[in-house]
Design a protein around this ligand. Sequence first.
Ligand code: AMP
Length: 400
Amino acid sequence: MNLDFKDKNTLVRVDFNVPLNDKYEITDDTRIRAALPTIKHIINQGGAVVIMSHLGRPMKKLKPDGSINVEKFTLQHVVSHLSYLLNTAVQFSPETIGKTAMQMAFELKAGEVLLLENTRFEEGEKKGDKDLARRLASLGHNYVNDAFGSAHRAHVSTTTVADFFDKDHKSFGFLMEKELKNANRVLNNPERPLTAIVGGAKVSDKILLLEKLIELADNVLIGGGMAYTFVRAQGGTTGKSLVEEDKIDLAKSLLKKAEADGTKLYLPQDSIIADAFNADANTKTVNSAKIEGEWMGLDIGPKAVAEFSEVIKNSKTILWNGPMGVFEMAAFSEGTKAIAQACAEATKNGAFSLVGGGDSVAAVNQMGLADEVSYVSTGGGAMLELLEGKTLPGVAAIQG
Ligand code: AMP
């Protein structure tokens, strides 16, 4: 953020893709709050801010007549709350780009803030359209990207627009910087032992992540639904547990790869099993490789918790992606809770812990432990791709 902001317009891409209720009220403003330091910094430096963001998927949910459902997807819904959080007036352009947007941007004075309408109202946004990028770029002297959650998309507002600014006029925002710095602490020369905890529903969603982490980490702990495909790969019986039959061979090759790389791969020794996928189902605790009949594994068991926790507490760097069980149901949330607590304890003892991607973030928040780990990522898909070793287009566009 080492740009000259004074008396200039800076075009800032943020992620204001917040959840709204039926009355279009914001139900969780975390993403807006996460962008405030960057916006405030530019204002404090005597600059003006032109904000771009998307909200939802307007092109996927067109009205029956083929037009955009503006009422549902307008960024007007965030204006008053943003204004309240910034403690300053926020102007709103009812178009993303065009004469009105340009005039409003050109008339901005130092310290003023203009929010443009949803970038996804423009057809060219998702296509990386160069002409749209050029027109948007004309609204700012500088470009700052602080939308980490969208950095894996090669869209106009996240990527293409950056081509119209040289390196002295474009930068990451504070949130992006923080996310990249924390991911780097895991990916590049991590303090060892490095333990990766991977859970969630399916192996198929996390193949690249598992491959990368087996190469990188000293220990890989596997929980959640995906563990049972591995249990089957080892010849176990899994009853009605979530198993991807067509990924059993892949699981076998990942087990082999771990052995060849000298990475310790742990599967849950025991599981909490249920006779139905239901919060009130009958449950018992059994060896994970001996799940019979109609029973299914819905959480890791106490022996697995003890073993996983021990590994976590002896680690210097911890990465966690995906819950250990169906944590949305109280009866199957204990494993995830215990792992969150082990991460918190290790962090207290000096380890660096990163919770990145999707439902493990929700779990840590739900358990009130977000402040007890080192960093909780705001970008699900983007963090997952970064950890898989991919270069994110939104990152490359600023660095290139
Ligand atoms: P993911 O988005 O891949 O991280 O998956 C998260 C989802 O996996 C959550 O909704 C969990 O309820 C689900 N999940 C975790 N463990 C299991 C399990 N043993 N069986 C079925 N679903 C699971």
